[in-house]
Design a binder for this molecule. Structure first.
Ligand SMILES: [Mg+2]
Length: 277
């Protein structure tokens, strides 16, 4: 079982799933919905993170999905399942980190839920908006488009900045596709290429300090944006051209012509362990 297979099976029954956010037409704009789980001992170990760090990241991951669609975040709900070790003080700290980030991006926390659990589990749902029909998707890349990433890869920060301003800029610029890099370039680019029914050839991978090529290709949790622009379009500052979309076997990813296995993070294939320094 892989996460890819689970989503593919569900997509037959739920046709609106499969992108970073669901797009729901509503009045003069489109609503964007995303939800992300952060689970103790899967995504983090409590000894290594402050409560505020966990709260920050729980919201940041959902905001990154809104960024990937070129949207503007508006409202969030927060569901927290607490094990016995999580005190009222811990929960207050969690909300300190979360609310500070929400305020930075003018996102209002409008509700949530509490329960008990064996491991701490936070689920943050964010609803955002985009102009009608203009949200960026991952299924519109075309042969000839150039592939870009928004920053060096392989050493994701725990408190990463969600690329909301860049996402909105890319929407206005007419990016043909976009997604956030949550599970590693090799796997996420494969997903984008499957959705767009194209192949992708990389010619370079910009690496963060201390990262190996394998880290840059396969290590998850960079939360940079991966996007495509038509040839001739001027890319935003501080982004890196990394390859080109090709006609070919849908989902095939190559690096200077050699095949790259989509070997990023899949919850149901790899052993759960926290991966970000
Ligand atoms: Mg995503």
């Amino acid at each position: 079982m892989t996460e890819l297979a689970l989503v593919a099976a569900l997509a037959k029954r739920l046709p609106r799933i499969g992108d970073d956010c669901a797009i729901v037409p509503h009045g003069p704009e489109d609503l964007l919905f995303t939800t992300d789980l952060l689970v103790e001992d899967v995504h983090f170990r409590r000894a290594e993170r402050t409560a505020a760090d966990v709260g920050y990241r729980a919201l940041a991951r959902s905001l990154s999905d809104i960024a990937a669609m070129g949207g503007e975040p508006r409202w969030a709900t927060v569901a927290l399942a607490l094990p016995p070790w999580a005190t009222g003080r811990w929960v207050a700290g969690f909300y300190d980190g979360l609310i500070a980030l929400a305020a930075q991006h003018r996102t209002e926390v409008v509700g949530g839920d509490f329960s008990r659990a064996l491991a701490l589990t936070a689920d943050v749902m964010v609803c955002g908006t985009a102009p009608k029909g203009q949200a960026l998707r991952r299924d519109r890349a075309r042969p000839g488009d150039l592939i870009y990433v928004s920053g060096p890869l392989g050493r994701g920060k725990w408190r990463f900045p969600p690329r909301l301003a860049l996402g909105q800029q890319l929407r206005k610029l007419g990016a043909t596709s976009c997604m956030d890099l949550s599970d590693g370039l090799s796997l996420d680019l494969h997903r984008l290429a499957v959705a767009s029914r194209v192949a992708a050839d990389l010619h370079t991978v910009p690496l963060a300090r201390g990262a190996s090529l394998s880290d840059g290709l396969h290590r998850g949790e960079d939360y940079e944006l991966l996007f495509t622009l038509p040839p001739g379009a001027k890319p935003p500052r501080l982004t890196h051209a990394i390859g080109r979309i090709l006609r070919g076997q849908p989902g095939l990813v190559t690096y200077n012509g050699g095949q790259v296995t989509p070997d990023g993070h899949d919850h149901f294939r790899s052993q759960p362990h926290p991966r970000t320094p």
